[in-house]
Design a protein around this ligand. Sequence first.
Ligand code: HEC
Length: 153
Amino acid sequence: MRNRFLLAFAALFLVAQFIRPARTAEPVDPARDLIALTSPSAEVEQLLRTACYDCHSGQPRYPWYAALTPVNWWLQHHIDEGREHFDASSWGSYAADDRAHVADEAIEMIKKEEMPLTEYTWTHGDARLSMDQRVALTGYFSGLAGGGSEQDD
Ligand code: HEC
């Protein structure tokens, strides 16, 4: 009985492997990319790429396990939803108001340690931000918020 259950589960898992979400892989557009447009310091650029770009850009780096259904659906959902709120690859087409708003949200998320998502840091140790790294990132985003954005919460 137990064996039959395991076999059925294995069969389902194998069949499920054919059901995959479309992956995000867009060329970098220097006229729209956040890093290209704002030329952050090397440190901040590195932080953005390792801690934010996997969910907030058109160039996520997919880990090997992202090939597995259902993990892939879960990851793709994070990317799609993350980009809906903040898409670093569309920075150039955001209106000034939207930029200021996103930058303010980013500062808040980073300060409250809500970004990068905790689940992400389980497998991406280099995205576990130190206090200094959080300060570097929020400093960068407050420059983008266009001044007067330092209000807490
Ligand atoms: C593992 C994926 C992932 C990573 C990595 C990640 N985010 Fe997010 N982010 C999301 C998702 C999903 C949402 C939308 C849902 C939510 O707010 O939780 C989001 C929302 C946001 C928002 C919008 C919040 C709002 O309320 O409007 C901002 C700003 C943001 N993230 C900034 C960042 C920054 C900055 C980094 C890097 C330090 C980062 N995120 C890293 C997935 C991620």
